[in-house]
Design a protein around this ligand. Structure first.
Ligand code: IOT
Ligand code: MG
Ligand code: MG
Length: 509
């Protein structure tokens, strides 16, 4: 019951200095108010800007305890568990205070304990620790230089005029186009010495490689109770959540479990070309949600590509096709901040995207997707924070994810059904037609993939070059909105397509 509509911080900009200095100023895509922090520790100066929504208390996003400052963006979901290992557990209400106490007790191993959706920075003594949650679901970036370390929840905020390549940080990814900037990997803590900017990466989570064999009933009960708990942990007392609902099993299960706790709103988006409205209506009616539909004309949707890349800071064109309809939906919500629940990510541990019924290939797909999700930023809170909203993804709750990844493949594909274990866990709460409904990706249901392909064909791109051209368009949008820090209102999809075509022809020549 500690959650509000929004967490205390949606993101942050911070700096640790051996001498004096300031936090980076941005730009950021997160629409937020700013609260400044400046703390002199014994051997470093720490400054930060907390990005927070109206009505959120940024004072709860950070704390100082002795020679340690802690800043947290996002939220923890296992607060009760975490408090139970502290002698004065109940004294720590906010996540930042709780983390400070855990850090005092466990040092950086504290991050192995947290199940949350967060990025955090801990400045302590001569060290700076930068940590992501298990899924890296709140992206975190660093630009280290000896005695001067900048850190932010958006890469674009760390661009500078001269971009020195800086020291290398083993295990981290460099951000293309921003030479000194590194992304903190999912499920890690990067521990740096502020004076040298030398660092060590500590892993705090890994996807399981082992698979568990459970009886059907046991598996379905385990999935049901883990998901129930994950949804419950993401609800805030007295706050009506919004479920983004396609009418597929993933989002319908989340909506059903949330609706079992209290009234919810649900929202479906579609385009003039395609929608999943009838399927979502069946679910909305069954659950008696306050349901609405949103139609976005396809040409307007494609014009949102710059916003999507700006928010996601990813170079992956497939991911951008999944995220475009969602970012466009979030941008069209009323301004009042919302707590949003999604079914995003269910298809990764359950191999829903792969439409694969052979078990070896199915498990290979799970292993591959769990080894490659990091850095795609598909669950980034910025996608909705561009319009001041907060999203949470119950399928990527640490406990749910561990369980789902670790089920033997025959529980994922069974009796000719994909995602069998999830479907059979939900039979009592959803209509049979929803439980049985075949997988449809958001990029398919909205018509985005086809329309983006057609836009490129109409511009003269031959079929064999479509995938390359999409990647080049996304690359160009990334360069304009992330590397150059341009506002997406001043970056056009058409312009990016022209540049991509030019590059494509140069490459062919
Ligand atoms: P899909 O599973 O169709 O949609 C993801 C979530 O977006 C849904 O659960 C729902 O909450 C929301 N959503 C989808 N369509 C609509 C709609 N029309 N209106 C409102 N909300 C909607 C792609 C995909 O198939 O999306 N995402 C995959 C994973 C991508 C692969 N990533 C990777 N390998 N790293 C997923 O698991 O969500
Ligand atoms: Mg899905
Ligand atoms: Mg879908």
């Amino acid at each position: 019951a500690h959650l509000g509509t929004l967490p205390p911080a949606l993101g942050f900009l911070a700096a640790a200095h051996a001498g004096g200095g300031r936090a980076p100023e941005g730009p950021v895509a997160t629409r937020a108010l700013r609260a400044e922090i400046g703390e002199a520790l014994s051997v470093q100066a720490f400054s930060a800007t907390v990005l927070h929504g109206p009505g959120a208390d940024p004072g709860r996003a950070w704390t100082r305890a002795g020679d340690t400052v802690v800043v947290v963006a996002g939220e923890f979901y296992n607060q009760d568990e975490l408090r139970s290992v502290l002698p004065d557990g109940d004294a720590h209400d906010g996540d930042a205070g709780l983390l400070a106490a855990l850090f005092d007790r466990y040092d950086l191993h504290a991050f192995r304990l947290v199940n949350g959706r967060f990025a955090a920075v801990v400045a302590s003594g001569a060290r700076l620790c930068a940590a992501t949650d298990h899924a890296g679901s709140v992206p975190l970036y660093l630009r280290p230089a000896p005695g001067d370390i900048h850190i932010a929840t958006e890469a674009k905020a760390l661009a500078t005029q001269a971009m020195p390549k800086g020291p290398s940080l083993p295990g981290t990814r460099r951000v293309p186009g921003l030479p000194g900037v590194h992304q903190v990997p999912a499920g890690t803590v990067l521990e740096l010495a502020v004076d040298s900017a030398g660092g060590t990466l500590h892993r705090t989570w890994q996807p399981p490689s082992a698979r568990r064999i459970l009886h059907e009933d046991e598996a379905r009960r385990a999935v049901r109770s883990a998901l129930e708990l994950a949804v419950g942990r993401r609800l805030a007392a007295g706050v009506k959540p919004l479920a983004v609902l396609s009418g597929g099993i993933d989002s319908s299960a989340v909506a059903a479990l949330a609706a079992a706790r209290g009234p919810i709103d649900s929202l479906s988006m579609g385009t003039d070309l395609s929608d999943e409205f009838p399927h979502a209506q069946v679910v909305a009616k069954h659950l008696a949600t306050d349901h609405s539909e949103l139609v976005i004309p396809m040409d307007e949707l494609l014009r949102q590509l710059p916003y999507t890349v700006w928010a996601a800071e990813t170079l992956d064109a497939d991911i951008i096709e999944y995220l475009l309809p969602l970012v466009s939906l979030y941008r069209r919500l009323p301004d009042t901040p919302r707590r949003i629940l999604t079914g995003y990510g269910a298809d990764i541990p359950l191999a829903g995207m792969h439409r694969e019924d052979r078990l070896p290939q199915l498990d290979s797909a799970v292993a591959h997707d769990m080894a490659t999700f990091d850095g795609l930023n598909e669950m980034s809170p910025v996608l909705a924070a561009v319009h001041g909203h907060w999203t949470s993804h119950p399928y990527w709750d640490r406990d749910v994810l561990d369980l789902l990844v670790g089920l033997e493949a025959g529980l994922k594909r069974r009796y000719g059904r994909d995602k069998w274990v999830l479907r059979s866990a939900m039979t009592d709460l959803l209509p049979e037609e929803t439980v049985a409904r075949p997988k449809l990706g958001v990029h398919e249901g909205s018509g985005v993939s086809v329309a983006f392909t057609r836009l490129l064909s109409d511009n003269g791109v031959p079929d064999r070059d479509i995938a390359t051209a999409k990647a080049l368009v996304v690359r160009e949008l990334f360069d304009r909105t992330v590397v150059d820090g341009g506002h997406p209102d001043h970056v056009s999809t058409e312009g990016a397509i022209r540049t991509a075509l030019h590059r494509l022809r140069q490459g062919a020549a």
